[in-house]
Design a binder for this molecule. Structure first.
Ligand code: BGC
Length: 343
C-alpha cells in the first residue's frame, strides 16, 4: 500500500515537473514578452517623394502601435542615397545589432541576394518594398516578403482616365482636330519593374479604348521632376503644338512636364497624366497642372509593411494576419483620380 502511494506521488511529481518545464520553456519562447522591437528600414533614396510619403506613414504606424500595445518600437530609417554599397552596409549594421526585422527598398533590385544571404544567416526576416527582387531570390526563404503595386493595374487605370475623356469629348485630347491623339511619354528608371509594364499597358489601354494614337517621342526621366522637365522642354521646342497628351510613369515626372509647359508659356489644354497620388501629385491635380493620376493607398502600403515586420518579429503567423499571394507578395489598392473624382 505504502509502496503504491510512493509510486503515485512520484508519478504525480514527475508529471508536474514535466508540465512545469514545458510551461517555462513555452514562456521563454513566447515572444509576446518583448517590450520593445527594433525595425531597420533602408530607403533607396530618401528624397523620392513617393518613398518619403511611405516613410512618414510608417512612422505614424509605429507610433500608433506603441500607443495601442505599450510595446516600444524603435524604427530606424536610413537613406541609402541611391548607392547599393551604402545600403549593404546599412543592412549589415541592422543585422549585426540584432534588429528584429528589416524593411528594404532596394537600390538595385537585381542584387537582393546580398541582403538575403546576410538576413538568412542572422535569421532576421526581410520585408522588401517598391523595388521588387527577382522571383528566384524571393523564393529562397519563407521569411521574405514583398509589398508593392500591380504595375499593369496602375497603367490600365491611367489609360482609362484618358479613354474616358476621349469618349466624352474627342476634342479634349485631339486638340488640333487632325483625327490623331499625339502623345509623348516619360518613363521611370529602366531597371525598375514598374516602368516597362506601366508604359506598355497605358498605351495598350488607350489603343484598346479606341483612341487613335500617334507617338511623337518618349524618354527616360528616372521618376525625377527636373529630369522630366528638361526632356519636356526639348520636346516642346521640337514638336511644339503637336503635343496633345503627356503620359508619365509617375506623378513627379508629370509635375516636371507641367513645369516645362508653364515655362514655355504653353497654355493649351495638354493633358498630363501620372501615377502615385502623392501629396504633391494631388496638389498638382487640384491646381490643374496634371489632369489625372492613379493613387496608391499609401496607408495600406505602410500598414502592410509595418504589420508584417512586427508579426514576424513577434513570431506570429503572418499569413493569418495578412493575405500574401504565394505567401510572399502583397499588391496595394489603387484608384484613378481626376479633379472631378477627388474625394
Ligand atoms: C513610383 C515612383 C517612385 C519609384 C521608386 C515607383 O513605383 O511610382 O514614384 O519614384 O517607385 O522606386
Amino acid at each position: 500500500m505504502k509502496k503504491r502511494y510512493v509510486l503515485e506521488v512520484t508519478a504525480a511529481a514527475l508529471i508536474l515537473a514535466a508540465a512545469g518545464f514545458w510551461y517555462l520553456g513555452r514562456e521563454e519562447r513566447l515572444p509576446q514578452e518583448k517590450q520593445s522591437l527594433r525595425i531597420g528600414v533602408a530607403l533607396y533614396r530618401g528624397d523620392d517623394p513617393f518613398i518619403n510619403n511611405i516613410r512618414s506613414k510608417l512612422e505614424e504606424k509605429a507610433k500608433e502601435y506603441e500607443k495601442a500595445t505599450g510595446i516600444k518600437i524603435v524604427l530606424e530609417v536610413e537613406d541609402s542615397k541611391d548607392n547599393q554599397n551604402t545600403q549593404n552596409s546599412q543592412v549589415d549594421r541592422f543585422l549585426s545589432l540584432g534588429y528584429d526585422a528589416i524593411c528594404v527598398n532596394m537600390v538595385d533590385r537585381s542584387v537582393a541576394s546580398y541582403v538575403i544571404n546576410k538576413a538568412m544567416d542572422a535569421d532576421i526576416p526581410v520585408v522588401f518594398f517598391n523595388r521588387e527582387p527577382v522571383e528566384e531570390d524571393m523564393n529562397r526563404w519563407e521569411r521574405l516578403y514583398y509589398v508593392g503595386e500591380d504595375a499593369k493595374e496602375s497603367a490600365v487605370l491611367q489609360g482609362n482616365i484618358l479613354v474616358e475623356a476621349y469618349k466624352e469629348d474627342e476634342g479634349s485630347l485631339d486638340l488640333n482636330g487632325d483625327g490623331k491623339v499625339s502623345y509623348v511619354l516619360l518613363e521611370g528608371e529602366s531597371s525598375h519593374q514598374d516602368s516597362l509594364i506601366r508604359t506598355e499597358w497605358s498605351v495598350q489601354t488607350l489603343k484598346d479604348g479606341g483612341v487613335p494614337l500617334e507617338r511623337l517621342t518618349g524618354g527616360i526621366a528616372n521618376w525625377d521632376r527636373s529630369q522630366a522637365s528638361a526632356l519636356m522642354e526639348q520636346w516642346e521646342e521640337q514638336f511644339g503644338d503637336s503635343i496633345e497628351v503627356v503620359i508619365c510613369n509617375n506623378d513627379e515626372m508629370a509635375l516636371g512636364a507641367a513645369d516645362a509647359l508653364e515655362r514655355a508659356g504653353n497654355t493649351r489644354a495638354v493633358k498630363i497624366v501620372g501615377i502615385d497620388g502623392t501629396p504633391q501629385g494631388i496638389e498638382g491635380l487640384k491646381a490643374g497642372k496634371i489632369y489625372g493620376t492613379v493613387q496608391c493607398d499609401s496607408e495600406e502600403y505602410a500598414e502592410v509593411i509595418f504589420e508584417t515586420a512586427v508579426a514576424e518579429a513577434l513570431g506570429q503567423n503572418v499569413q493569418e494576419k495578412i493575405e500574401f499571394q504565394n505567401g510572399k507578395y502583397y499588391q496595394c489598392r489603387q484608384v484613378a483620380l481626376t479633379a472631378d473624382t477627388l474625394p
